[in-house]
Design a protein around this ligand. Structure first.
Ligand SMILES: Cc1cc2nc3c(=O)[nH]c(=O)nc-3n(C[C@H](O)[C@H](O)[C@H](O)COP(=O)(O)OP(=O)(O)OC[C@H]3O[C@@H](n4cnc5c(N)ncnc54)[C@H](O)[C@@H]3O)c2cc1C
Ligand SMILES: NC(=O)c1ccc[n+]([C@@H]2O[C@H](COP(=O)([O-])OP(=O)(O)OC[C@H]3O[C@@H](n4cnc5c(N)ncnc54)[C@H](O)[C@@H]3O)[C@@H](O)[C@H]2O)c1
Length: 470
């Protein structure tokens, strides 16, 4: 049994673990990185990257069908589903070197490719080795939940871990779950020529502002995706035509079943209890500094039981590095944007309207600017969507955007909210014309317009000054 002593041991080489390991090693710490599966974790191999590559192919196919208004003859694209999957695989392969064992070893990290399991508060067993570290970071991510619906164990179930490897085009994909995974996969598959039914349980895209998610869901429905809301999948049966799913009074028969019903933290191989690390149903219990009940052990990313995003895992890494390497107090902030990469994209930062109303009551002002007001959107013939801005006491407290490239647009607001900027800063910034983010500036300007243009005081002051000024 080899014993390894190190400053920092990171368990899991996904978005969170890789960022911790790279940062700490480059700043001089001795780092051991433990990974049982593929380097890069879920985001690279079965999450963000393959889903965005599939959506890109689907977008290209849809553009061929809908380009008519721009004066180009639309055609129904010929889709080679296996070749689309080759594009997905090539995208992963192009990014993989950045997350590879070789790159990390080049940074001086010792990489162990096996399961890690705590055997004491300061020791992790990894195969035939025992790692003792001054600090540990749990970055083991999450796994898809397959709900125990009666009959589900009698059919083949696809999850995000298997769907990207499917090379034959499904006839009819039934998706259980209307969260970001279900909705992104629904639009991607529909545009690639698949009949799609989503069983969304209570509501589709429930974490977003309903006014904005209605725009996205309306587009999916217009493209032919059937979205059933208000009934959960209650039974699954194999049948001669494929798989039958019962939801409310509907029985939907599809050829393939994707389960996108949420994710649970991946802790079953880790034995956190052996390290005195407390766990709840949501994940590892952490404080605002991401420390667990064992002060030597931190948790980041999906394993930490909060929101599940790659950019959050990366941000968590910066929080724990500050604490582990420099012993500085460090706290995770609450302002995390999220984007669903449908067309139009759906982006959110800060409070939704409902949350802002609850927090700020009558002090809340809501500004709306339709995407059709953008010259750029008009030029490109993509005018569907809305920018919605929540303002309290002259400061932006939340922004919801459904628009082409909403994920790019929300960056401006992420900066504004994170820096506590006043709305006048956004209203006063000079942006290039014609860009979609002029809509953001216009939304900010809409807050000031009535104060300037409809104010008797301003009118009187201007008229008086015009008489007095030389
Ligand atoms: C289909 C899909 C699309 C997504 N799209 C986006 C998106 O567009 N944008 C976004 O921000 N987020 C997206 N996400 C979420 C994102 O993928 C996750 O939030 C992110 O991967 C979390 O990173 P992580 O480091 O916490 O965990 P992971 O990336 O899951 O990495 C954890 C790693 O730990 C390893 N591991 C687990 N247990 C052990 C153990 N005991 N010993 C050793 N190794 C272990 C696993 O093998 C894994 O490689 C998507 C998710 C899915 C499913
Ligand atoms: N673009 C992105 O950033 C992106 C994309 C995909 C996933 N993600 C992340 O991955 C995580 C997992 O996504 P997800 O969509 O799997 O989970 P989710 O928890 O967001 O949504 C799952 C949905 O499935 C529904 N559901 C559960 N059981 C059901 C049943 N029996 N019948 C019908 N509906 C049922 C739930 O009501 C819920 O709305 C999310 O937290 C998200 O943050 C992010």
């Amino acid at each position: 049994m080899e014993r390894i002593e190190t400053d920092l041991c990171v368990i899991g080489a996904g978005s969170g673990g890789l960022s911790v390991a790279a940062g700490a090693a480059q700043m001089g710490a001795r780092v051991v990185l433990v990974e049982a599966g593929d380097m890069g974790g879920d985001c690279l191999n079965a999450g963000c990257v393959p889903s965005k590559a599939l959506l890109a192919a689907a977008k290209a196919a849809q553009a061929m069908r809908t380009v008519g208004p721009l004066g180009i003859r639309p055609v129904e694209p010929e889709i080679d589903f296996a070749a689309v999957k080759d594009h997905v695989a090539r995208t992963i392969a192009a990014i993989a070197p950045h997350d590879s064992q070789e790159r990390f070893e080049g940074l001086g990290v010792r990489v162990l490719r096996d399961w890690g399991r705590f055997v004491s508060p300061a020791e992790l067993r990894v195969g035939e080795r025992t790692v003792t570290a001054r600090r540990f970071v749990i970055a083991t991510g999450s796994r898809p939940v397959v709900p125990s619906i009666p009959g589900i164990d009698r059919v083949e179930v696809l999850t995000n871990e298997t769907i990207f490897a499917l090379r034959e085009r499904p006839e009819h994909l039934v998706i259980i779950g209307g969260g970001p995974v279900g909705i992104e996969m629904a639009q991607a598959h529909r545009r690639l020529g698949v009949r799609v039914t989503v069983i969304a349980g209570h509501k589709a895209l429930p974490k977003d502002d309903p006014e904005l998610s209605a725009i996205v869901l309306g587009r999916l429905r217009a493209e032919g995706v059937e979205i059933l809301e208000g009934a959960s999948a209650a039974a699954v049966d194999p049948c001669p035509e494929g798989i039958a799913v019962t939801a409310g009074d509907r029985r939907i028969v599809g050829s393939h079943l994707l389960v996108a019903a949420g994710r649970r933290p991946a802790l079953e191989r880790l034995d956190p209890a052996a390290a005195g690390v407390e766990v709840t149903a949501k994940g590892v219990k952490v404080g605002p500094d991401l420390r667990t009940s064992n002060r030597r052990v931190y948790a980041v990313g999906d394993a930490a039981g909060g929101l599940q995003f790659t950019h959050l895992a990366g941000y968590h890494a910066s929080v724990v590095i500050r604490s582990i390497l420099f012993g500085l107090p460090s706290k995770a902030a609450a302002l995390i944007p999220h984007v669903t990469y449908t067309e139009p994209e759906l982006a959110q930062i800060g409070l939704t309207e409902a949350e802002a109303r609850e927090r700020h009551g009558s002090r809340l002002e809501v500004l709306r600017v339709p995407v059709s007001g953008s010259d750029r959107a008009q030029a490109e013939g993509a005018t569907e969507g809305l920018v919605k801005l929540m303002v309290a006491r002259g400061r932006p407290v939340g922004v919801s955007i459904a628009a082409p490239h909403a994920g790019e647009m929300i960056g401006l607001w992420a900066m504004a909210l994170a820096s506590g900027a006043k709305l006048s800063t956004v209203a006063g910034v000079v942006l290039p014309y014609p860009t979609l983010n002029e809509l953001s500036k216009r939304a900010a300007g809409a807050y000031f317009s009535p104060r300037l243009f409809d104010s008797r005081l301003v009118g009187t002051a201007v008229r008086t000054l015009q008489r007095l000024l030389p």
